[in-house]
Write a protein that binds this ligand. Structure first.
Ligand code: ADP
Length: 160
């Protein structure tokens, strides 16, 4: 049976840290479904469509990765696509408490879907979408931190 994992997040926008997690997940699972969760209170810079396009371009070399979006509960989405697992990235200890809370809640909602954590490469352990946006806003060099198409999309956003 083909094993599908969901990689949920805001991806506003996708960074090389996210991409590292997605690439690693795609080596372990048969199918990886990257889903943009559109129900958080966060103010986003990119629309869901823009974020989807950026992820599609960045993962074009990974044939078992699909991109989607959802407005509801992540665990309901995972059930609806028949996922066996949820994959999240871990950077530093600061991620741990938040992730533990979400994972425990998801387990109450559906104990059959397992959550897996993948540690990012050391070089991306400080990296977040927010810090990338902050640096890009003031014209800093982000070429090592995000895929090419994200770099140009950010430049365009902040020129407007
Ligand atoms: P969320 O709002 O759900 O935290 P994000 O888009 O910020 O969404 O992150 C999605 C997932 O990617 C989370 O599991 C987060 O921990 C992980 N992540 C974010 N940045 C990195 C990074 N630099 N390295 C590894 N994982 C990361």
């Amino acid at each position: 049976m083909s094993k599908l994992a969901v990689v949920p997040g805001s991806f506003d926008p996708i960074t090389n840290g996210h991409l590292d997690i997605i690439t690693r997940a795609a080596k372990v699972f048969d199918q990886v479904n990257v889903v943009i969760m559109n129900n958080s209170a966060k103010n986003s810079l990119f629309t869901v469509e823009e974020r989807m396009t950026l992820i599609e371009k960045a993962t074009a070399n990974l044939p078992n990765v699909q991109v989607a979006s959802s407005n509801g509960l992540m665990i309901n989405y995972a059930e609806s696509v028949g996922a066996v697992a949820v994959v999240r990235g871990l950077r530093a200890v600061t991620d741990f408490e938040y992730e533990m809370q979400i994972t425990s809640m998801n387990r109450v909602l559906d104990e059959d879907i397992e959550t897996f954590f993948i540690m990012t490469k050391n070089q991306y352990s400080f990296l977040s979408s927010s810090i990338v946006k902050e640096v890009a806003k003031y014209g800093g060099n982000i070429s090592e931190l995000v895929p090419k198409e994200v770099e140009s999309a950010l430049k365009k956003k902040f020129q407007q």
